[in-house]
Design a protein around this ligand. Structure first.
Ligand SMILES: Cc1cc2nc3c(=O)[nH]c(=O)nc-3n(C[C@H](O)[C@H](O)[C@H](O)COP(=O)(O)OP(=O)(O)OC[C@H]3O[C@@H](n4cnc5c(N)ncnc54)[C@H](O)[C@@H]3O)c2cc1C
Length: 496
C-alpha cells in the first residue's frame, strides 16, 4: 500500500499538473494592471507570475515609492523601519519571501524591557531576567498572562495553519467573509464584537484587558479595546516570542518581489478605472498621470483584462474614480487612522516616568491613557542590525506632536524625523459587512482584507487569494472558487 507521503505527493502532482495544463492552453497573453506597489501589489505580481508563467503581462502603477507602508527613515546616519516593522514567526509568506529573495531575518528587532504607563505610574514592567518577569506577570495578572498565549494559539495561529494549507492547495474565495469562514468560522464572529467584550467573555480580567491588551492596541493600531476582536486578536499575537524583521529594512521584500515577478513598474498616479468594453470578458482602462505630473493634459491610458487594486480605497489615500460601469463600484467605505511616527536621536526623560536613570527605564513604554498625547515610546534598532552610536527613540501618536510635547519625553535631540501615515482602518467594534475581494468580473481589491486586520502578512494573504481568483476566472475554472464552502456558508455568488 502506498505511504501517506506518496499519496500526498501524487495529490500535489495532480494539482500542479491541472494548473499548468490550463496555463499551457492559454492562447492569449493576459494583461494585468496592478494599482499600488506595496507588499500587497508586489506579492500579487509574484503569485500571478507563478500561476500564469509567461502568459501574463503585468504592469504595476506606483505614485510614490515601491514598498508603500514599508519604508525606511534615516536618522543619525542609520536607517529604521518607519512603517510596518514587526513580523510574527508564524507569518510564513513573509518568512518564505525573505528566504527566496536571499534576505536575512533579524531575530531581535526590539530588544529590552517593556513597561506599561497609565499617565501617572508604571503599572507593570518586565525584567532582564525571565523568571523575574514571569513572577511579576503572575503577581499582577494571575493566570491571564499565561492563558493569553494558549488563547492566541488556539484562536488565531491555528486558523493561519488552515489558511496556509488551503491556499497551498489552490483554494480561492470571493469575499473576505468566505475566506475567514474557511480559516475558522469563529473569525467571522470575532468581527462582530469588540476585543474587550470577547476577552471578558473568555474570562480575562479587567486589569489584564485595561493594561496589557489596551497598551498593545495603542502601540499596534493607535486605537482602543473597543475595536473588533479579530484585529484585536492579531494585535495580541505579538505576545509570542520570536518577532523579527528584515535586515536592511522590510521594504526590500516588495522591492525583491517586483524584480522577481518581471512586472513592469509604471511610476505615476492612477486617476480613473473605467470599462472600455462591457462584453464578456470585459476590458478595463486605467488612466494615470505619469511621474509626478498633476496636469490633466498629461493623462495616459492603458487597457487590461484584469485589474487589481492593491491600495486602500480611502479617499485621502488613493483617490481612484471608477467610471462607466453599469452598476456603481462601491467598495465598503471606512475611515483611516492617522499614526504619526516621530523618530528622535536623543535620551529620554526618565524622570517623566518616575525613574532616576535612563538605564532603569524600560526601552519600550506602552500607554493606557486615552488622554495622553502619545501612544508609545520605544527604543529603536537600526535595520542594519548594528548598534547606533547614539540612541534613537520612536514615539507613536495620533497627531503631529508640538515641540514642547516632544521635549517632555526627549528633552534634547540631535536629529528628528516625523513620518505621518494614513496607517490602517479606524476599526469599529462590530462590522456589519466584510468587504468583497471582487469589485467587478475581473477587477479585484486586495485591501478588502484590511477591514479584518491590517498587517504585512494579511496583505500577502489577500494578494494570493486575488491572484488565484483572477487566474481561475481567466482560465474558466469557476469550480475552483469557493469550493471549500458549504452552500449555506457562502456569502456571495461565485460568478458575478
Ligand atoms: C506606522 C505603521 C506601523 C505598522 N506596523 C506593522 C507591523 O509592525 N507589522 C505588520 O505586519 N504591519 C504593520 N503595519 C501595517 C503594514 O505596514 C501594512 O498593512 C502593509 O504594509 C500594507 O501593504 P499594502 O501593499 O496592502 O498597502 P500599501 O503599503 O499602502 O501600498 C499601497 C501602494 O499603493 C500606492 N498608491 C495608492 N494610490 C495610488 C494611485 N492612485 N496610483 C498609484 N499608486 C497608488 C501607494 O503609494 C502605496 O505604495 C504598520 C503600518 C504602519 C503605517
Amino acid at each position: 500500500m502506498p505511504s501517506k507521503k506518496l499519496l500526498y505527493l501524487i495529490y500535489i502532482y495532480f494539482i500542479i499538473a491541472s494548473i499548468s495544463k490550463a496555463t499551457d492552453e492559454l492562447e492569449e497573453i493576459a494583461r494585468v494592471g496592478i494599482i499600488g506597489a506595496g507588499i500587497g501589489g508586489t506579492s500579487a505580481a509574484y503569485f500571478l507570475r507563478d500561476l500564469f508563467g509567461d502568459k501574463v503581462l503585468i504592469d504595476i502603477f506606483e505614485k510614490q515609492h515601491v514598498g508603500g507602508r514599508l519604508a525606511p527613515v534615516t536618522i543619525g546616519g542609520h536607517n529604521y523601519n518607519a512603517g510596518g516593522t514587526i513580523i510574527h514567526p508564524a507569518n510564513l509568506y513573509m518568512l518564505n519571501f525573505t528566504d527566496i529573495l536571499g534576505l536575512e531575518c533579524d531575530a531581535h528587532p526590539e530588544p529590552g524591557r517593556l513597561g506599561i504607563w497609565n499617565g501617572e505610574e508604571v503599572m507593570f514592567s518586565t525584567s532582564d531576567y525571565l523568571p523575574v518577569t514571569l513572577a511579576k506577570m503572575f503577581w499582577r495578572y494571575g493566570m491571564d498572562a499565561y492563558n493569553i498565549k494558549n488563547w492566541v494559539q488556539e484562536n488565531t495561529l491555528a486558523c493561519m495553519t488552515n489558511l496556509y494549507k488551503f491556499q497551498r492547495d489552490g483554494h480561492a474565495f470571493s469575499s473576505v467573509e468566505d475566506l475567514l469562514n474557511a480559516m475558522c468560522p469563529h473569525l467571522v464572529d470575532f468581527t462582530r464584537l469588540s476585543i474587550r467584550d470577547l476577552f471578558k467573555k473568555d474570562g480575562f480580567s479587567d486589569r489584564f484587558i485595561d493594561e496589557f491588551v489596551y497598551g498593545a492596541l495603542r502601540i499596534n493600531y493607535g486605537q482602543t479595546s473597543g475595536i473588533h476582536a479579530l484585529v484585536g486578536s492579531v494585535s495580541m499575537a505579538g505576545v509570542e516570542p520570536g518577532l523579527w524583521n528584515v535586515v536592511g529594512g522590510n521594504q526590500q521584500v516588495p522591492q525583491g518581489l517586483l524584480r522577481k515577478s518581471g512586472a513592469n513598474l509604471i511610476r505615476g498616479k492612477v486617476t480613473t478605472v473605467s470599462l472600455s468594453s462591457d462584453e464578456s470578458p470585459p476590458v478595463y482602462q486605467i488612466d494615470y498621470l505619469p511621474g509626478t505630473s498633476t496636469n490633466k493634459d498629461d493623462i495616459n491610458s492603458k487597457e487590461y483584462d484584469i485589474v487589481i487594486v492593491a491600495t486602500p480605497l480611502y479617499k485621502g489615500v488613493s483617490n481612484i474614480k471608477f467610471e462607466d460601469f453599469q452598476k456603481d463600484i462601491e467598495p465598503v467605505h471606512y475611515d483611516f487612522h492617522l499614526t504619526v511616527a516621530s523618530f528622535i536621536e536623543g535620551l529620554p526623560n526618565s524622570s517623566y516616568f518616575g525613574f532616576d536613570s535612563v538605564d532603569s527605564l524600560p526601552s519600550c513604554m506602552m500607554t493606557t491613557n486615552e488622554s495622553l498625547f502619545f501612544n508609545s515610546l520605544s527604543k529603536q534598532k537600526p535595520v542594519s542590525g548594528k548598534t547606533a552610536e547614539k540612541p534613537v527613540y520612536r514615539i507613536f501618536s495620533n497627531k503631529v506632536l508640538k515641540v514642547d510635547e516632544l521635549k517632555q519625553l526627549i528633552p534634547e535631540w540631535s536629529d528628528l524625523k516625523v513620518v505621518s501615515w494614513m496607517a490602517y482602518p479606524e476599526y469599529p467594534s462590530s462590522l456589519k459587512n466584510l468587504p468583497s475581494f471582487t469589485l467587478h468580473e475581473q477587477m479585484y481589491h486586495i485591501n478588502a482584507i484590511e477591514m479584518a486586520a491590517s498587517a504585512m502578512e494579511m496583505s500577502v494573504i489577500g494578494a494570493k487569494n486575488v491572484a488565484l481568483l483572477a487566474y481561475y476566472r481567466y482560465t474558466g475554472q469557476y469550480d475552483k472558487i469557493d469550493e471549500l464552502l458549504t452552500n449555506d456558508s457562502s456569502s456571495e455568488k461565485t460568478e458575478l
